[in-house]
Design a protein around this ligand. Sequence first.
Ligand code: GLP
Length: 263
Amino acid sequence: MEVIIQPTYAQLVAVSAEIIRDALLKKPHLVLGLATGSTPIGLYEALVRMHKTEGLDFSSVTTFNLDEYVGIRPNHPYSYHTFMKTHFFNAINIPTENCHIPQSTAEAHEEFCENYEEAIVNAGGIDIQVLGIGTDGHIGFNEPSSSLGSRTRIKTLTQSTLEANAPHFGGTVDAVPKMAITMGVGTIMEAKRCLLMASGESKAEAIAHAVEGPITAEVPASALQMHPHTVVIIDEAAASNLKRADYYKQAYANKQKLLSHRE
Ligand code: GLP
């Protein structure tokens, strides 16, 4: 696991956006796994800026979103379909048919989940999976106790996730959909590269468990310790519970030095 600690949210966003830009410049048919939540909003803003100012081209990119609530219409103001259109898809030149988001109805969900997995494989697999993290260590909507080998399926959300998402649904927990379709931990682990972003002190405990704790279904993000190419990009506040923060900073500084010698 590579851990990159940046002083601020703006800087962690800049590093994340550069990773995606470099990958896209090398491979125009990039397959991106995308996340919602407040954390990646700055990343999408940065990529939109790169599209507008540098002509970063998304016309051959394919995307797969991690998850979606079950039981709300795709055009619901707080659906992840709406989130992605608002923050990203409507502002770049990606063809609509290249953007995949789990369906927001529970109808025929088993068949849908199988097809979603198949579509990822048919696209050649996910090159970079963007991830946020819940305060309880969840990734996507893989709540604590999710199998670390799980695939795309329906999950019931925990009380803490319902509470965390209540502000998006008018402030009442009752208004938050109780279930979601999410890529599984096993699905995420098959991405060629994972980019886990976290900001703020509220994520410090989850990040410490995910990066330095034991690998356990109690902290689904800890499975990423077994992933061969995961980059954890966090700000100082989210890094504040890490025991080895100084080492990660040193390692990143050395890597930058090495890269600058090569140029
Ligand atoms: C939700 C999403 C996750 C996201 C998490 C954290 O549970 N399903 O994908 O990582 O929220 O969101 P935020 O970035 O707003 O803290």
